[in-house]
Design a protein around this ligand. Structure first.
Ligand SMILES: *Cc1c(COP(=O)(O)O)cnc(C)c1O
Length: 226
């Protein structure tokens, strides 16, 4: 990816995010996470050089190789993929800024136990399967509040910061919107308990997600396109 392309891609996203967030409020701030899973470290660096600071990966091994390759840059790294139990220690050692994909109480407690052993803490989001799709991870919407409270009560080494969801994988915008509204409603109920991030919206649906109240979007293909 050239510097010109990176600038255009990022400017386009920023312009659209601005349009969408200002319809809600001047004070509705949206954080943009560049999902670099299909791209090389040098493309991350190119985007960093035109102003993007937060990136995310969905495999622990890729997070390790890219974050180490770009170690000297003050990049904020997120983890957004399925976390296998045998990769937990590796992930902890990489000290990601935010792990967005904690999708069960069992995983949260396992992670908490390993953090305790290393005397470390980690910021996380609870992933919600708001579209109720078999192919997606996450707790069911009706269980989300209870699981969130259980994590708060039993996992002192986790800093629970909100929720993450992937929009419904369909063409019908109404159905996608419903899945975002479901996540937002849960987020609103959790904000008295300290939830500050409602992470939803990807390349194809981030404007809609922001209209539904998202304050963190995860864009991969549209940010890294050639
Ligand atoms: C890949 C991925 C994204 C980015 O997807 P794009 O459609 O390429 O923007 C966002 N969130 C998660 C959890 C992902 O795995």
């Amino acid at each position: 990816m050239t510097k010109i392309t990176a600038t255009q891609n990022l400017d386009d996203i920023i312009t659209r995010v601005e349009g969408a967030r200002l319809k809600i409020s001047e004070h509705h701030i949206v954080k943009i996470i560049g999902i670099s899973k299909y791209s090389e470290a040098k493309d991350v660096e190119t985007l960093y050089n035109v102003g993007q600071r937060a990136f995310g990966e969905n495999k622990v091994q890729d997070l390790k190789s890219k974050s180490e390759a770009l170690e000297e840059l003050p990049i904020e790294w997120h983890f957004v993929g399925t976390l296998q139990k045998n990769k937990i220690n590796n992930l902890i050692d990489l000290r990601p800024t935010l792990v967005q994909s904690i999708d069960s109480i069992e995983l949260a407690q396992e992670l908490n136990k390993k953090l305790e052993a290393k005397n470390k803490k980690m910021s996380i989001l609870l992933q919600i399967n708001s579209a109720r799709e078999d192919t997606k991870s996450g707790v069911m919407p009706e269980d989300a509040i209870e699981v969130y409270k259980q994590i708060l009560a039993t996992c002192p080494n986790l800093r629970l910061k909100g929720v993450m969801s992937i929009g419904a994988h369909v063409e019908d915008e109404k159905i996608i919107k419903e899945s975002f509204k479901t996540t937002k409603k849960i987020y609103d109920e959790l904000s008295p308990l300290g939830a500050v991030y409602c992470s939803m919206g990807m390349s194809s649906d981030y404007e809609l997600a922001i209209a539904c109240g998202s304050n963190m979007i995860r864009v991969g293909s549209t940010l890294f396109k050639d």
